[in-house]
Design a protein around this ligand. Structure first.
Ligand SMILES: [Zn+2]
Length: 321
């Protein structure tokens, strides 16, 4: 009975196109009511990735009898044009992705409005609306994964900035002297990404850790001092970055997600220490919390972005009456 009631409401599907996997969730405005996933055909190029995404959208819509699809939101890696939904720039791990008109292709495949958002932006919106920062108007979100991403929600809305680069905290300097993936030096990413935690551990211990940051975490929990130091340094940097956000923007609620947060037990004390070492001059209490939407965060956030666009009167009324 409950499923039939859900189906009568207009539904949007959120899609997360990640480096290895693509997932889709059917979203009823509050939560995911169906989900599906498949490997991302990143080596096959944009059209193949769009077909995979469209296939997953159909799968989750078919799962709910009578479901009417109102629109689709997609979270994807790279710089995304905020209006056209075209991928403007992307990493080399995706073939023919930069320049790919993702929104246009999906509209052609699915016949409904499609909104494409950068994946970290989508993550931030999802956590702010229905995740760990639910009910808060102003939220900063950070992702600690292969790299470090950041995004800003102000007054309940994503703030992208004129070039779409607002919130890029991973590439803020002042965090030591290591070379960053972007070519810069001393960026937050060089201490707080999963990749840098593994490198930091290798540097301290003289031994490699093939299992990634997760394995470094396990070693830290079983008493490995070098592994504990690597996480302490990462957490301290995240705490200092949180103070930076709170000082610059007067935004004191920070949600942290990404694979590295699987070691929240190791990060949290170091984050607190980093905050207490240099608290913001405003005296505001800086609150750093782990993300709560887990693997659905990007897809649900993208669905929220699509929901907003569909419900916004400005996109329904094309010209003033
Ligand atoms: Zn950098």
């Amino acid at each position: 009975v409950e499923r039939r009631e859900v189906a009568r409401r207009p539904l949007v599907v959120g899609v997360d196109i990640g480096g290895t996997g693509t997932s889709a969730v059917l979203f009823d405005g509050e939560r995911a009511v169906a989900r599906a996933q498949a490997p991302t055909p990143a080596k096959e190029g944009g059209p193949a990735m769009a077909r995979t995404a469209a296939g997953l959208v159909r799968t989750v819509v078919d799962e709910l009898e009578g479901a009417t699809l109102a629109g689709v939101g997609v979270g994807a890696a790279g710089v995304i044009h905020p209006v056209t939904g075209t991928v403007l720039a992307a990493s080399d791990s995706f073939r023919d992705w930069a320049g790919f008109p993702l929104a246009r292709e999906l509209v052609a495949e699915l016949g409904v409005p499609v909104v494409v958002e950068n994946d970290v932006n989508a993550f931030a919106l999802g956590e702010a609306r229905i995740g760990a920062a639910r009910g808060l108007a102003d939220v900063f979100a950070m992702t600690l994964g292969t790299g470090v991403g950041g995004a800003l929600v102000l007054d309940g809305t994503l703030y992208r900035g004129p070039s779409g680069a607002a919130g890029e905290i991973g590439h803020v300097a002042g965090f030591g002297g290591l070379r960053c993936t972007c070519g810069g030096t001393g960026h937050l990413e060089t201490l707080a990404s999963g990749t840098s935690i593994v490198r930091s551990y290798a540097r301290r211990s003289g031994s490699a850790c093939d299992g990634g940051a997760g394995e470094v975490a396990e070693r830290a929990r079983s008493g490995d001092r070098h592994a504990q130091e690597a996480f302490a340094e990462a957490g301290h940097a995240v705490g200092r970055a949180a103070v930076l956000v709170a000082t610059l923007l007067d935004v004191a609620d920070i949600v942290v997600g990404g694979g590295v947060t699987g070691a929240w037990d190791l990060l949290a004390p170091a984050i607190q220490a980093g905050i207490l070492a240099e608290p913001p001059v405003s005296g505001a209490a800086v609150r750093v919390v782990p993300a709560s939407l887990a693997d659905d965060a990007v897809a649900l956030g993208a669905a929220c972005a699509a929901w907003d666009r569909l419900m916004a009167p400005s996109t329904v009324v094309s010209s003033p009456v």
